[in-house]
Unconditional design. Structure first.
Length: 198
């Protein structure tokens, strides 16, 4: 699995709190493992375990049953993002409520590994796929409740399907990475204009 961001994100430049930014970053990364043009990136237990360790999920290690379960949750999170992009907050709300209930969300305040108090959405005894899904669904729910769900969107490049979190002040970001996807489109448009003029 190729992560879009390793480790915890830096919230110093973001309007989101550290925990929410971490959940949203993890959600986009997980969704993108299924949208990759390279095929399935969530291939086995090692991928689930690596993902859970990168985002410091405590508890039981990943098991074989977590792989198909996390893939199914991923598809549901992707559907939530699609509903948010379409402006259908009622559908997104229904999907998130169902996902939180199925994943066994029971929020609790914890502190561990030098981190101050923060919220774990499910108990450490829950299967890792359920813990990941509950945490990411809660992040999406917070974004939805704050009226910011359209900050999650699909890259505008026709050759890219990756989801990203738009942290710009005016919600104007169009590409998952302006240096690659955005630049490619600008160069292609420039060449097309030059060819048309010549």
């Amino acid at each position: 699995m190729t992560p879009s961001l390793r480790g915890r994100p830096d919230s110093s430049q973001s309007s989101f709190g550290a925990d929410l930014l971490e959940a949203l970053t993890a959600a986009t990364e997980l969704i993108n493992t299924g949208r990759s043009g390279a095929g399935e990136e969530l291939r086995g237990v090692a991928d689930v375990q690596e993902f859970s360790q990168r985002y410091a999920f405590q508890g039981h290690p990943a098991r074989a049953a977590d792989v198909p379960r996390l893939r199914a949750y991923r598809a549901r999170l992707d559907a939530v993002v699609a509903a948010c992009e379409a402006g259908d907050s009622d559908a997104a709300t229904g999907m998130l409520n169902a996902l939180l209930a199925e994943a066994g969300a029971v929020p609790q305040i914890v502190a561990h590994d030098g981190r101050g108090p923060h919220i774990h959405v499910s108990p450490s005894t829950a299967p890792i796929a359920d813990r990941i899904a509950a945490h990411l669904a809660m992040g999406l729910a917070e974004l939805l409740v704050a009226g910011e769900s359209r900050r999650l969107r699909t890259c505008a490049s026709p050759t890219c399907r990756e989801v990203f979190l738009d942290e710009s002040r005016n919600r104007s970001r169009r590409y998952c990475d302006s240096r690659t996807c955005g630049n490619r489109l600008h160069v292609a448009a420039y060449r097309a204009r030059k060819a048309a003029a010549g």
